[in-house]
Write a protein that binds this ligand. Structure first.
Ligand SMILES: *Cc1c(COP(=O)(O)O)cnc(C)c1O
Length: 387
């Protein structure tokens, strides 16, 4: 059986499941976005609401491409050949920025922290003092592959003190973790549609500070891309035209998802569920990959000795209809991951996932906790609600 015959419970850290209202919005509206000025207003309103929900006073642009397009566009548009770029990394996405920076001519210097811990602000600052100055720094809020959420407030302060523009990947954290773009002094903040927002994959959002807009406008060289060039978006509203035809249905579904997001309540809910998921794994005999700064949107768990991820994944899929995430790059076959973000954040879905995992591990001869994982989880969820 494939996804065409039966719907799976998609408990991966993105793409997440779609809410019926979001799914419905995909088939509700039609217009020609190049000619209908009402659509331009809808698009602008949506961009504005994203800025507001990120606590940003600057503009947001929505690009017609999955999250990665935002990462590439930020680097393409901010970095000029020869610019010194600080690539701040404690994981796979952090390190990945190095490719985008160098691709557009940046002289990237890699700062790599402990891969199992949140970034250490003191060590980062010492590194900058020794290796600076830098024009731009790239940093990831939530390292989705390892389940670590960095303290962006601390990182933002350091970068501001040293006059460094920041490019921040908040793709898997926006809506699930605190994000104060203005107060933390962040310059280019990136997100996407398919993580916490639980809209279809295929859109990325780019939120810009005044400084970032100025840096793009003041470039001495042309951006070596059209699709990843943010400057073609800076005056779309004044020109009353988009740089290319917009995907109306995707944007209307995203509009519905953004409407449904109430950041304060959502962040609190993610915190509560994440705490219960983590504690369930600890109590039932597992070890988390993250040693501190655990993410509130995804949990990475070390695979029990002798268990192959592919075997676990297909058992979960075939016997229980549940999709879980695995590790890639240096984490390949070392961890499994549960996404507890957006629409995945439901006691029932997590309980089903945990019991399915338990059944698979028992099948595979792994000795773990005797009681039911879901009972541990539901009890903890009730407790963490009151923390
Ligand atoms: C999901 C995600 C992206 C988008 O990348 P894909 O791997 O193509 O989904 C970018 N950054 C982070 C941190 C993400 O979690």
């Amino acid at each position: 059986m494939t996804f065409k015959e039966k719907p799976y419970l998609i408990m991966t850290p993105g793409p997440t499941q779609l809410h019926p209202e979001v799914l419905g919005a995909l088939s509700q509206f039609e217009t020609n976005p190049d000619l209908d000025l009402d659509f331009l207003e809808v698009y602008k309103g949506l961009c504005h609401r994203i800025s507001v929900k990120m606590n940003a006073s600057g503009p947001t642009i929505i690009l017609a491409g999955e999250g990665i397009l935002g990462l590439e566009a930020a680097c393409a548009s901010l970095i000029e050949p020869g610019d010194r770029v600080l690539t701040i990394s404690n994981g796979i996405f952090g390190r990945g920025f190095d490719d985008f920076s160098t691709m557009y001519g940046g002289a990237s210097v890699l700062y790599e922290g402990d891969l199992r811990r949140g970034l250490d602000p003191d060590k980062l600052e010492a590194f900058i003092a020794e290796n600076g100055p830098f024009k731009v720094a790239t940093v990831v809020q939530c390292e989705t592959p390892s389940g670590i959420t960095n303290d962006l407030e601390a990182v933002g302060k350091i970068l501001n003190r040293h006059g460094i523009l920041s490019i921040v990947d908040a793709v898997s954290s926006f809506g699930g973790e605190r994000l104060e773009v203005d107060a933390w002094g962040l310059d280019v903040v990136l997100s996407g549609s398919q993580k916490v927002l639980s809209a279809p994959a295929g859109l990325s959002t780019v939120t810009l500070s005044e400084r970032a807009v100025k840096a793009i406008k003041d470039r001495k060289t042309k951006v070596a891309s059209y699709y990843a060039n943010l400057s073609i978006w800076l005056d779309f509203y004044e020109r009353k035209s988009f740089p290319y035809t917009q995907p109306v249905q995707m944007l209307m579904a995203f509009d519905m998802a953004v409407d449904r997001l109430e950041p304060r309540a959502s962040i609190e809910q993610h915190r509560v569920y994440a705490a219960a998921v983590r504690e369930t794994f600890r109590k039932t005999g597992f070890e988390l990959y993250a040693l501190d700064h655990e993410s509130n949107t995804v949990t990475s768990v070390l695979l029990p000795v002798g268990i192959d991820f592919k075997t676990l994944f297909s058992k979960m899929k075939e016997n229980h209809g549940v999709l879980i995430g695995g590790g890639f790059n240096f984490l390949e076959n070392k961890i499994f991951r549960i996404g507890h973000m957006g629409e995945n954040l439901a006691a029932e879905k997590l309980a089903v996932t945990l019991d399915a995992l338990q059944a698979c591990f028992e099948d595979l001869g792994v000795k773990t906790y005797k009681g039911r994982y879901s009972e541990v989880f539901l009890t903890l969820l009730n407790e963490t609600r009151f923390l």
